[in-house]
Design a protein. Sequence first.
Length: 165
Amino acid sequence: MAVLVEAGSFIARRDRLDECWPMGSEGFIADAPNGSVCADEYLIRIGFMGPDSTSAFIYHAIAQGLTRFEPDGSAADFVTVHQVVGLLTPCHWLIVGSVDHEGHQIRAARWVGDESQNSDASGRIGRLHQMACHRRWSLIGKRGKIALSSESPIAERPVFKKLYL
């Protein structure tokens, strides 16, 4: 499987969340400041629209016990990934690339050890088939572009804003 990389993405290792975060990975999902959580067996991703909200969440994650960097400067328990730029920190446990979804290229990331997705030389991660997204988000095409849509109208979902300062 793979997780979506859209705008700014905070991607954490599920195994480290289960060890460090209060109530594990389920607690992490519950603490997400927005409804953009995507997850697979190895990773959990939260999307952010700007660097300020991403930075605030990074500080919150460190306060919860996650480690940002290994001694060599590479990503430890989590990493930030930009949709256009890619990895913002060297990372030995994550591959970022593109996947084909109904004729459209979508940025996604996968765990290095996940053999269910084969990576080819062009940087494509493999076929995106049933991306596990929190709140049942699905990918739809709109005038040649990719957008995210929920099964329920957005007006019916409460929006919670959390401040992590």
